[in-house]
Design a protein around this ligand. Structure first.
Ligand code: GDP
Length: 510
């Protein structure tokens, strides 16, 4: 009765580390105890709650509006394939390098900053397409303030143009239209704007409030106008950020660098990130060792809306994950422990749901089979089914309440068809006692599986295996659930054991 043992153990202070390998408790038990008690996670849970509290309580409304500073907009470029997203990003990046006269090679860190001659800045995410955008939205981390929708003037509104509009609208992110490829002879910018009307994107020329800029990403025409339109919209949005308080951000990209180890690029959304900060993101944590900008330059800090490469992660967090600052490494470890634990619990729950569903499915199909074959003896059923449906044989005579018969529910697994057939032949020739009937729930080829156990458990049956194996997990599951599993390598021994089990079911002969 494991539940009682657990209960007793839970009430006993237990030092898990002191349990040696030859402890009476098996590995499964220890895991089960840890799982049931949540001992290790008691503090971790509190840590997670505390970190969340930092974020959720302090975030809205800002403690003091005066501490807020205006911040650059974070822009995502979206649009149909081949409409020029990559080209536009490349041109914008080059513009920036030229303006700064750095002349260096820009590194790909997932985002880059463009500075206008007026001094205004824009952060562009340079992973075009929906994938990054959707990943972030799914995780509830929307770092994008503005979507620049690229539409090729020679092609017009296409499938992914429409999808991009839907993504932006769903996330309530305003759009600026970049009507691209205007250098082309066949370009028809006004047609693009007309087509956009159907998707509720009404450009200024048509009486709406969506800015549209005619550009050529390839030639670099009108890119400044596009940038200015972005800044104008950003002003309307009154984007502000809080440079103080615990750091918050979003992972844009994650990769393992040969020299630096796990690195992420991130957009900081709140606070100011500095070297030495401790961060958690998903199930990973970091002690920030270095920060780099998109020019590969080490920087000492990064404030709201800046894109930085962060070095110092112990493991890689995923794109779109929320970054939160915590006060200590200890806290970080606990939060990660807790998140791993919660995820495992969810997986366990899902697994058991799947098993339950499968079990129900089996029971259902057994019931149906039984209804259709109720008039046959199991031998007749067997010959009918062995040829039609090798993996399933359905019958449950024990359901008959009017029958005084005793039954022995069996599951037979063999290594090859021949051996299964041989066992079934032997069973057939065996003159089963009038009082006890063999009830073959299932027979088939292959190792003993979790499904076999489910069947055996449902019908209180015994699993017999001939020349087959059972994984450690299956063995442990059988032991835990008290399901008899008998494995044999010699067919007559299997048969002897079966006979013994059968006679043990019979009432004692007087
Ligand atoms: P993406 O799939 O949206 O990233 O599109 P790309 O940036 O890869 O561009 C697709 C093709 O269109 C490439 O051959 C580009 O050279 C071309 N292209 C992009 N922008 C322009 C433009 O402004 N004018 C012209 N003529 N071609 C362009």
């Amino acid at each position: 009765d494991t539940d009682h043992v657990f209960e007793a153990l839970l009430n006993t202070p237990l030092d898990l580390d002191s349990l040696g390998p030859d402890s009476v408790l098996t590995e499964v038990w220890v895991k089960e105890i840890v799982r049931k008690s949540g001992m290790k996670y008691k503090w971790a849970k509190l840590s997670e709650a505390k970190v969340r509290e930092n974020k959720d309580v302090e975030r809205p409304p800002p403690p003091d509006p005066a501490v807020l500073v205006s911040r650059p907009p974070v822009v995502t470029i979206m649009g149909h394939v081949d409409h020029g997203k990559t080209t536009l990003l490349d041109s914008l990046r080059k513009t920036q390098v030229a303006a700064m006269e750095a002349g260096g090679i820009t590194q790909h860190i997932g985002a880059f900053l463009v500075q206008l001659p007026s001094g205004e800045k824009i952060t562009f995410l340079d992973t075009p397409g929906h994938a990054a955008f959707s990943a972030m939205r799914e995780r509830g981390a929307m770092v994008t303030d503005i979507v620049v929708l690229v539409v090729a003037a020679d092609d017009g509104v296409m499938k992914q143009t429409i999808e991009s509009i839907q993504h932006a609208k769903k996330a309530k992110v305003p759009i600026i239209v970049a009507v691209n490829k205007c250098d082309k002879q066949e370009a028809e910018p006004s047609r693009v704007k007309q087509e956009l009307l159907a998707y509720d994107v009404v450009c200024e020329e048509l009486g709406g409030d969506v800015q549209a800029v005619h550009v050529s990403a390839l030639k670099g025409d009108n890119l400044l106008e596009l940038a200015e339109a972005t800044v104008t919209l950003a002003e309307v949005l009154e984007l502000t950020g809080d440079p103080k308080g615990p750091v918050e951000g979003t992972v844009i990209e994650s990769r393992t660098d040969k020299g630096k180890g796990p690195v992420t690029s991130a957009i900081i959304t709140r606070g100011t990130l500095r070297k030495g900060c401790t961060l958690v993101a998903g199930r990973a944590w970091a002690k920030v060792r270095f920060l780099f900008d998109e020019n590969g330059q080490a920087v000492s800090e990064a404030g709201p809306s800046s894109a930085v490469e962060i070095v110092g992660w112990k493991e890689l967090p995923s794109a779109g994950e929320e970054i939160l600052q915590v006060e200590s490494e200890h806290r970080a470890r606990e939060v990660v422990d807790w998140r791993v634990y919660v995820e495992e619990q969810e997986k366990l729950e899902q697994d058991s749901q799947v098993i339950r569903a499968k079990q129900q499915e089996h029971e259902e199909s057994y019931r149906k089979e039984r209804e259709s074959t109720a008039h046959l003896t199991w031998r007749q059923r067997r010959s009918a089914m062995y040829h039609s449906n090798r993996h399933l044989m359905a019958h449950r005579p024990s359901e008959k309440s009017d029958s005084q018969e005793l039954t022995l529910p069996l599951i037979i697994k063999g290594d090859v068809d021949g051996s299964v057939e041989a066992i079934l032949n032997l069973l057939e020739t065996y003159d089963a006692s009038e009082q006890c009937q063999l009830d073959i729930l299932h027979f088939g080829v292959g190792d003993i599986s979790e499904n076999d156990l489910n069947l055996a458990e449902t019908f209180s049956g015994t699993v017999y295996g001939f020349n087959v194996g059972a994984s450690r997990a299956v063995q442990q599951s059988a032991a835990r659930r008290g399901i008899p599993v008998k494995m044999h390598r010699v067919i007559y021994k299997l048969f002897d054991e079966l006979k013994e089990e059968l006679s043990s079911k019979l009432p004692p002969t007087l």
